[in-house]
Design a protein around this ligand. Structure first.
Ligand code: ADP
Ligand code: MG
Length: 401
């Protein structure tokens, strides 16, 4: 054993500040080298097989319709025909109208991705779900409510240097505006807009309780819900990524939602923590509504998504049993495999839907992507159900007028 050396406390805050500065520099340079030349992310392009799959038609129909002139005919500059993301979404919307929302009859649906714990793949799930739904033709608004801004970073925007306060939910939380719309910005991905996050969002945790004390009839848990109303007209789906805590912001995100998605890796600690989450949230939620004297909140769906599943891990099989026992029908029959794809350096700034086919081991990529596709299909199906139910109510109301 080495001889024990005295260890004095010498690291002051200035040293931590310089660590922070150096780390920020590294992130900046890594990002610009990865996203070179102009530090911008680019969306994928699609070949005719991919387009046919997304539009749910035979390849021959794509060829036939391409010649008709109403739909984008694809770029023939390369040897194989390719369509941009935007063109692909146009095709999907044209060929699968039955799955889309009718804005005259139904509103956009809010889905909140939540779990107490960090590292369970909340942010990855929110991003992949947004991309998957946009590829099915839906128009998506992503809202990052985590002051760490991981989702913002995934979309190619640096929280520390590229996000102004008025591009976040903070002005809404502070009561300076009453709509989320001024905070919305477009992203590199056609069909996905973003409300970004930055460390300044920590202020929300002081602003909300202080407004609750000062303002008569203020409901701190309704601020986001009410601010989203204008967005519910414009977007088909609004997906909210949350911080790893039951903060004031998280309560707002859960109260604004019609659907909750909880990613949950099948291991004992994460399972135990998920139990605490439901316990605490139902308590908080119950108390708020009792105090307000209004009817309690109802959700259209609660999906527990097994995430980061390591197939070779024998323990996870046992924990999976507990999860099914505890959450029953709410557990989706889908497992997102743990893959090294998500761990490669460049993929830290993207999801499986950002990866070009051929850029990773094809089988691993396909397995991960198939799992996400099934998850997205499942959510998409639930959305259609909510819209159908909205439309039914709307028609009945019109009928009785
Ligand atoms: P959270 O938002 O819950 O903190 P993240 O989505 O940021 O979780 O994921 C945490 C880490 O796990 C990230 O580094 C991410 O790349 C990685 N990760 C996410 N999903 C997977 C997966 N299926 N397999 C392997 N690593 C994953
Ligand atoms: Mg996160």
């Amino acid at each position: 054993m080495a001889k024990v050396q005295p260890l004095e406390a010498t690291i002051d805050i200035a040293e931590l500040t310089s660590l922070a500065d150096r780390a920020a520099d590294v992130v900046q340079s890594v990002r610009s080298s990865m996203l070179a030349p102009e530090a911008k992310k680019t969306p994928p392009v699609f070949n005719s097989s991919q387009l046919a799959e997304l539009a749910a038609v035979a390849k021959s129909k794509i060829q036939y319709l391409s010649g008709k002139g109403t739909l984008p005919s694809g770029d023939t500059g390369t040897a194989r025909k390719e369509w941009t993301l935007k063109e692909t979404r146009q095709w999907v919307r044209h060929l699968r109208p039955e799955t889309l929302r009718d804005p005259a009859l139904s509103a956009g649906v809010v889905i909140t991705v939540a779990n107490f714990k960090g590292g369970v793949s909340k942010t990855t799930t929110a991003a992949a779900l947004a991309q998957g739904l946009s590829l099915r033709g839906h128009k998506v608004l992503l809202i990052d409510t985590d002051p760490q801004g991981s989702l913002t970073t995934l979309f190619g925007v640096l929280p520390d240097t590229e996000v102004e306060e008025d591009q976040t939910i903070l002005p809404l939380i502070a009561g300076e505006v009453d709509s989320i719309m001024p905070a919305v910005r477009p992203t590199y991905w056609d069909g996905i807009d973003l409300v970004a996050a930055a460390p300044l969002l920590f202020n929300a945790e002081f602003l909300l309780p202080s407004r609750q004390m000062k303002e008569a009839n203020f409901k701190f848990w309704k601020v986001l819900d009410q601010g989203l109303d204008p967005a519910r007209e414009v977007y088909d789906v609004i997906i909210i990524d949350t911080p790893p805590s039951l903060s004031y912001i998280t309560v707002n995100a859960l109260m604004a939602a019609q659907g909750i998605v909880m990613p949950l890796p099948p291991n004992a600690l994460d399972f135990a923590s998920s139990a605490q989450f439901w316990n605490l949230f139902s308590e908080v939620c119950g108390d708020l509504y009792k105090e307000a004297g209004t009817d309690s909140k109802k959700y259209s769906f609660v999906n527990v998504l097994l995430s980061r599943v390591d197939q070779s891990d024998v323990v996870s099989a046992a924990v999976r049993q507990w999860i099914v026992q505890a959450y029953g029908e709410h557990v989706l029959p889908i497992e997102i495999p743990k893959t090294s794809i998500a761990a490669t350096a460049s993929a830290e700034f993207g999801t499986v839907y950002d990866m070009e086919r051929g850029s990773a081991q094809p089988r691993t990529l396909k397995r991960a992507r198939d799992a996400y596709d099934r998850f997205v299909d499942h959510v998409s199906f639930q959305l259609s159900g909510i819209w159908a139910s909205d439309a039914k109510i709307m028609r009945e109301m019109k009928g009785t007028k």
